[in-house]
Write a protein that binds this ligand. Structure first.
Ligand code: ATP
Ligand code: MG
Length: 544
């Protein structure tokens, strides 16, 4: 059964796991809202006292500054807690994405585009983090702030409340218009950046081919196009960004000016609505600038939330990718006479294609066979089926009588030694190449495997011997191939799968590799793939 996962679930789990943090965050967010309202009220009282020629009330001044300090403290505590909380979410999301990655089926892994996958882990997770650091929680705080400021203004100046109730929706719509356009360009930018970031590793990966075919200019132009796309999208974002703030500032100034003018009016009706004391005027100016900031942030927060939702959708898409079948954890009984069996197997990587059609073959324990056939016939595909990476659409693939997909991954290295046509280096030392970080394979096993393949002397001549860090040019192709055999042999597997391992070697090296194989193959079942049939390769099974 595929484990059901979604961004929302990961978030819920994180909130539950860090209950104290979540509760503290909620408390501080609410506290910060209440406390921002208080300083202007105290200030209004103080100024009214002054203008009415009363002496200043010392505790009042202290209270005002104390409240200002407390508001600042609460806001900075809110920001710090939000950052910590956001990081917890990011951590949980990235870990669960990596876990999912490990559970993906071979077919899904094949289909993933590296650039897009990287942006799931990096960019999209970041947008979800922003959802908390500068999205949903700040939005809640800002909405509360706007409401409470409106209430506070209503108490002191009814006229201004009416002006604000009319003005705020217009301001909000303008903000949304600007931000929607910004979002569109940001998405275009992210797409271009993802293509550009995928372009570099792809170029690097194919660098030899690119040099040989002299396609450097083409690759450069392609890259330049991606960057140009990104720049033009960024320019649009910058334009809206540059226009927005001055408009808001001017509007803020106009509202303050109009309210001040109206409060000085001689018309009794106007005065009834807008009249106020000097202290209240200061408080009102304070509130007006306080109410503009959350409206502006509200738009930004909606945008953050939107892009977080887009990010969440892409992450959820990743979560819904097909996982490999949970192995039934069957243990192969090596006393069973048949090492490997294909029973009427029909298989294609996609439902629409058929690569193997009703193929049956049997390989006895201890037997040596060679699969031979034209290129593209499906020989390597048979290996992938034997390794349990794919499940056939029809028929059965059995290893020691057990379906290959039901063998647990942890046991597979004891069952199979798989030598591919080319060596896949893992980051690390020569020893790591052989052990594949498996602590169960001891240094003695590593040495034994190296000696068996005739590679021990070459390795011992290296500066740090088995601990020498591997680079692509540390060994020749033949030596890499020997290392590949050492890697397969180190875990002492029952079955050796050898895919065209001598195809790219000269006659001398081929002889060396074949000799190594002779030694490694003793008492094992050996299945090779070869275009050429050789005396030592045993029974030949044609694949067509
Ligand atoms: P060769 O002798 O050239 O190595 P082969 O007999 O080993 O050929 P396979 O590698 O098994 O052939 O490939 C058989 C067919 O399956 C090919 O048409 C190939 O395009 C297709 N194929 C191989 N791997 C995949 C994959 N991961 N996804 C989709 N199609 C694939
Ligand atoms: Mg092949």
């Amino acid at each position: 059964m595929q484990k059901k996962e979604s961004v929302l679930q990961v978030i819920k789990e994180t909130v539950r796991k860090h209950g104290v943090l979540s509760a503290a965050l909620f408390g501080i967010v609410c506290g910060a809202v209440v406390f921002t309202l208080l300083p202007p009220l105290v200030l209004a009282q103080l100024i009214d006292l002054l203008t009415n020629k009363h002496t200043l009330w010392m505790e009042g001044i202290l209270l005002y500054f104390g409240l200002l300090a407390l508001t600042g403290l609460l806001e900075s505590a809110r920001e710090s807690l939000l950052t910590v909380f956001g990081q917890r979410i990011t951590h949980a999301l990235r870990s669960s994405l990596m876990e999912k990655f490990g559970r993906l089926s071979a077919n899904e892994l094949n289909r993933q585009e590296p650039g897009a996958l990287v942006s799931r882990f990096v960019g999209d997770v970041d947008t979800v983090e922003n959802l908390f650091t500068s999205g949903i929680i700040s939005m809640f705080a800002d909405a509360c702030k706007i409401l409470s400021i409106l209430v506070a203004i209503w108490v002191t100046n009814r006229g201004l409340t009416i002006v604000l109730i009319v003005l705020l929706p217009v301001l909000f719509l303008f903000t949304r218009y600007v931000q929607k356009n910004m979002l569109a360009s940001q998405i275009a930018n992210r797409r271009a950046v993802s293509r550009a970031s995928g372009h570099v590793p792809e170029t690097l990966h194919n660098i030899r081919t690119i040099h040989c075919l002299q396609k450097e200019t083409y690759m450069e132009q392609q890259y330049a196009r991606y960057i140009d796309d990104s720049y033009s999208a960024m320019e649009k974002t910058n334009f809206y960004d540059a226009v927005y703030s001055p408009v808001i500032l001017i509007l803020n100034a106009i509202v303050v000016a109009v309210v001040m003018l109206l409060s000085a009016s001689e018309n009794p009706t106007v005065l009834k609505l807008f009249g106020m004391s000097a202290g209240t005027a200061v408080a009102v100016i304070n509130y007006i600038s306080q109410i503009f900031t959350p409206v502006e942030s509200l738009g930004m927060e909606i945008q953050t939330i939107q892009s977080a939702f887009a990010g969440m959708e892409r992450i959820n898409e990743f979560y819904s990718l097909k996982e490999k079948k949970e192995p039934a954890a069957l243990t192969a009984n090596t006393d069973y006479g048949m090492a490997a069996e294909l029973k009427n197997v029909t298989f294609g990587y996609d439902e629409s294609q058929v690569i193997l059609n009703d193929v049956s073959l049997q390989i006895k324990k201890g037997e040596r066979v060679t699969l031979s056939g034209r290129t593209g016939a499906g020989k390597s595909t048979i290996f992938k089926l034997l390794l349990g990476l794919y499940e056939p659409q029809k028929g059965k693939v059995l290893i020691w009588g057990v379906p290959s997909v039901d063998l647990p991954d942890a046991k597979k290295r004891k069952v199979f030694g798989y030598v591919e046509q080319s060596f896949h280096m893992v980051p690390g030392s020569v020893k790591d190449q052989i052990t594949l970080y498996d602590a169960k394979i001891s240094d003695t096993d590593v040495k034994k495997a190296a000696e068996l393949t005739g590679l021990a002397k070459t390795i011992e001549a290296l500066p740090d011997q088995y601990d020498t860090i591997c680079t692509q040019d540390l060994f020749s192709q033949g030596q890499w191939q020997l290392l590949s055999i050492a890697r397969a042999a180190a875990a002492e597997p029952e079955i050796l799968l050898l895919d065209e391992i001598t195809a790219n070697l000269d006659a001398e090296t081929e002889k060396m590799v074949l000799n190594a194989l002779q030694r490694v193959s003793k008492n094992r079942t050996v299945i090779s793939i070869s275009h050429r049939t050789m005396a030592e390769t045993g029974r030949v099974i044609p694949i067509s």
